[in-house]
Design a binder for this molecule. Structure first.
Ligand code: ZN
Length: 187
């Protein structure tokens, strides 16, 4: 297993939808190890397989703080089965070194996935927690969606991207989120 190179924004593989995992084989458990090692080496909160150039529906998250024991969560073939509420989340991504911007997210998400042993589990992440936001961020990667596609202010996002020598926001990829916008206005 190894720390892998993380693809940066502008690499086409980041925009490709990922394939379902049919069997949690050795190939997949090795992939999970690589994802975890790479995420920890780069101090990330989450990492999705397409970010290391493997287009399978797998991601890992660890929202534990530095003074806590590691608490990795492995998601294989995740499905978001419920979502509600809205919040603004200041996010970054290991594929966008140092660039952060505000994005719209659901506050609560319920996700169902398989763990490393191929067993099904469900997580109910609430209240705009780091976990709730990370799940949405990583899940998007499996569909070729990137956090800047949810940006609240395209001008601001472009300014940040330019500062870190990354390509600008892709206007054709911006996601219309009327339900989230309506919820945010009501708050
Ligand atoms: Zn990311």
């Amino acid at each position: 297993m190894a720390v892998k190179n993380v693809l940066t924004y502008g690499t086409p593989a980041l925009r490709e939808p990922s394939k379902e995992v049919h069997k949690v084989s050795r190939k997949i458990t090795d992939l999970v190890q690589d994802l975890l090692e790479t995420m920890y080496a780069k101090n990330g909160v989450g990492l999705a397989a397409p970010q290391i150039g493997v287009n399978y529906r797998v991601f890992v998250i660890d929202v534990s703080s530095n003074d806590e024991p590691l608490k990795p969560i492995v998601f294989i073939n995740p499905k978001i089965i419920k979502k509600s509420g809205a919040c603004i989340s200041n996010e970054g991504c290991l594929s966008f070194p140092e660039a952060y911007t505000d994005v719209r997210r659901y506050k609560n998400v319920m996700v169902k996935a398989l763990d490393i042993n191929g067993r099904s589990f469900t997580i109910d992440a609430k209240d705009g927690s780091l976990l709730a936001r990370a799940i949405q961020h990583e899940f998007d990667h499996l569909n070729g969606i990137l956090f800047i596609d949810h940006c609240v202010n395209r001008f601001e996002a472009d300014t940040v991207l330019q500062k870190y020598n990354l390509p600008p926001v892709d206007a054709d990829r911006l996601i219309d989120e009327p339900e989230l916008e309506a919820e945010l206005k009501n708050d």
